[in-house]
Structure formats: structure tokens, C-alpha cells
Design a protein around this ligand. Structure first.
Ligand code: AMP
Length: 121
């Protein structure tokens, strides 16, 4: 899938629309999800044009891959989630219901999060 430079997270990275910033370094930006699904719901995005985890790990420079993953850990620590636990999740493509086509890792926490997936009957 080609990268769409007009996706909402590209606009946030360019400073064209605001975000509630949690953390930023040269590789990553973290901000609160606009529609939180848990008491803590933060998104971490890499500074680069990557649609998904597969795109990112295949094409990003090694320094960015490491820097981005370190940033996810740093944010979880900064949010003090280590003791109570948390979940990280990255949706990719239609079956995963990815809405924004710029790689993002969700960090959820602040309450017991239940089973990993909602069971379908
Ligand atoms: P996904 O379904 O994994 O693509 O998740 C996209 C997430 O982006 C959803 O949880 C949305 O609530 C969130 N989102 C969409 N627009 C914004 C925005 N402007 N600022 C913060 N979060 C957003």
C-alpha cells in the first residue's frame, strides 16, 4: 500500500493539526488517542512515512527501528504502567480495522484490559 501523505498522523507530525503530546524524540512522537478505549490510551508513531509494521521493519533504517521501539518502552515507563501492566497493539490492514495508514502502536493501561480479543460467536 502506498503511503498517503494526507493521513491524519502525517498532519500531526507536520504540526498541521494539534495533538496532546506525551513524548517526542528524533525517532518518535507519542500522544493521547482522541477516542480513548482505556484510562491510558496513547499512540506512538515513527517519524517517517510507513504504513504498517511490515512496511516499517522492511524499509526503515535500523536506527529508526531501534529508536522507535525504544520510544515505545520509554513511553510505557513514563506513564508508570510497568507495575500494573499494559498492552501494546498495532493494527495493519482491513481485517485488523486499521483506520489511519501511518504505523502507530497503541499503549493501553490503567485498568484490567480483559482478554486479548473480543470473542465472536
Ligand atoms: P487504528 O484503528 O489502529 O488505525 O487506530 C487509529 C486510532 O487513531 C483510533 O484509536 C483513533 O481514535 C485515533 N485517532 C484518530 N484521529 C486522531 C487524532 N487526530 N488524534 C489522536 N488520535 C486520533
Amino acid at each position: 500500500m502506498a503511503y498517503d501523505k494526507n493521513n491524519v498522523f502525517a498532519k500531526i507530525l507536520r504540526g498541521e493539526i494539534p495533538c496532546k503530546k506525551v513524548y517526542e524524540d528524533e525517532h518518535a512522537l507519542a500522544f493521547h488517542d482522541i477516542n480513548p478505549q482505556a484510562p491510558v490510551h496513547v499512540l506512538v508513531i515513527p517519524k517517517g512515512e510507513y504504513v504498517s509494521m511490515m512496511d516499517f521493519t522492511a524499509h526503515a533504517p535500523a536506527e529508526l527501528v531501534v529508536g522507535f521501539l525504544r520510544a515505545v518502552g520509554t513511553v510505557a515507563r513514563q506513564l508508570e504502567l510497568e507495575k500494573t501492566g499494559y498492552r501494546v497493539l498495532a493494527n495493519a490492514g482491513a481485517n485488523a480495522h486499521q483506520e489511519v495508514p501511518h504505523l502507530h502502536i497503541h499503549i493501553f493501561g490503567g485498568r484490567p484490559l480483559g482478554p486479548m480479543l473480543v470473542r465472536q460467536h
